[in-house]
Design a protein around this ligand. Sequence first.
Ligand SMILES: NC(=O)c1ccc[n+]([C@@H]2O[C@H](COP(=O)([O-])OP(=O)(O)OC[C@H]3O[C@@H](n4cnc5c(N)ncnc54)[C@H](O)[C@@H]3O)[C@@H](O)[C@H]2O)c1
Length: 437
Amino acid sequence: MTQTTVALKESKSSPGNLPPHDVRNLSYADGGRKRIEWANNDMPVLGRIRQRFEKEKPLAGRRMSACLHVTAETANLMCTLKAGGADLVLCASNPLSTQDDVAASLVRDFGICVYAIKGEDNDSYYKHIEAAIHHRPSITMDDGADLVHGLHANYAEYASDIVASMEETTTGVIRLRALDRQGQLKFPVIAVNDAQTKNLFDNRYGTGQSTVDGIIRATDILVAGRTFVIAGYGWCGKGFAMRARGMGANIIVTEVNPIRAIEARMDGFQVMPMADAAPVGDVFCTLTGNMHVIRPEHFERMKDGAIVCNSGHFDIELDLKGLARMAQKVDKGVRPLVDAYHLDGDRRVFVLAEGRLVNLSAAHGHPASVMDMSFATQALTAEYALKNEGKLEVHVHRVPDHIEDFISRLKLETLGVGIDTLTPDQEKYLASWEIGT
Ligand SMILES: NC(=O)c1ccc[n+]([C@@H]2O[C@H](COP(=O)([O-])OP(=O)(O)OC[C@H]3O[C@@H](n4cnc5c(N)ncnc54)[C@H](O)[C@@H]3O)[C@@H](O)[C@H]2O)c1
């Protein structure tokens, strides 16, 4: 491996001069700083971009608001944007995914304004998003579109300040495309999620590994020999199925898309409706971006001890209100982040992390090595949006190919992997139609 780490530069504020913030406890910062630095070791592509940003300051003086999972990897993105000259605010994109030590270190050690507390209630979650909106950004970054939603729903008068918004996840892109289709989108959006440098790696290998990690940390179960029911066979579902099978689980996939269902079947998994999977599954995980994928009619058929969780963006994939209505009693916190719902017939269904994404609530989310590419894509796309200020139409756009090409080549270089290049003859052949057999 030729990977080289680019050191992070601290920007400590004096205790009386900290940036505005609302975090759990600044005394957690030492641990957070160590984890941010550890993640940086595995983020060489972002590091190189940070080095260039430091010199060229492509984001100089621009206000940015980011609504992302507050993790050690996100901290590295924030340091990169700050190195580029951005005036930044970060808030959480999920009430349970914040790493409080990282949030504290970003404020104390890197001078970044953060509003995020793990376990915050909905009120505080939305107040933090409002604080990010009141920063009056010209660039926004979202993971799930809650910030852009807030801007459209409650602060439409600020929309004209926005040059563009970057969206990190599938669910956010789906929401923003719906807004665009209805003709109500107020500024250009770039679908970072749809870049191959993002979803092929982050959604597949990142969600795959970290979802297994979250389930194990929450429950300590042995995966081998258990039946995992996986709802949704997109990149996230595929990654999770691949990793759970690797640890010895039997996999059942449920789908609504016939092509994806055939793919799952040909990848060697059983495919069936959720109603048939419910009585045989041991562990259920939704990764669909859809609502109420597991409902009372399914909970009704589950075995005693079934474990149910979600790794899709929002907590609506499981109908937990329906489950609560069926339950005779709910024991909260039988373990950290595990609630037991007692159903008739002495059956218990164990729900992890209140149905919020289990990989970020019960574990630390995606490993840094994949976030290196996702966040390199974010940083370069932000730079591209500012370079093209006023030129992007108000629609949802793709990440330009040259950004994906640059990031994938740099990632290969940091991994010490070489590839072939087309010969002139091959280039000509691929561009022609004349030559046959
Ligand atoms: N946990 C994380 O860290 C993380 C990371 C990336 C993406 N996500 C989120 O995970 C979700 C899935 O992302 P993706 O990129 O795999 O999306 P995708 O659109 O590629 O795949 C989702 C799949 O779910 C299927 N589906 C929809 N409704 C269903 C239903 N009722 N039953 C069974 N299958 C159904 C769809 O047909 C599709 O094949 C999204 O919400 C996304 O935002 C989470």
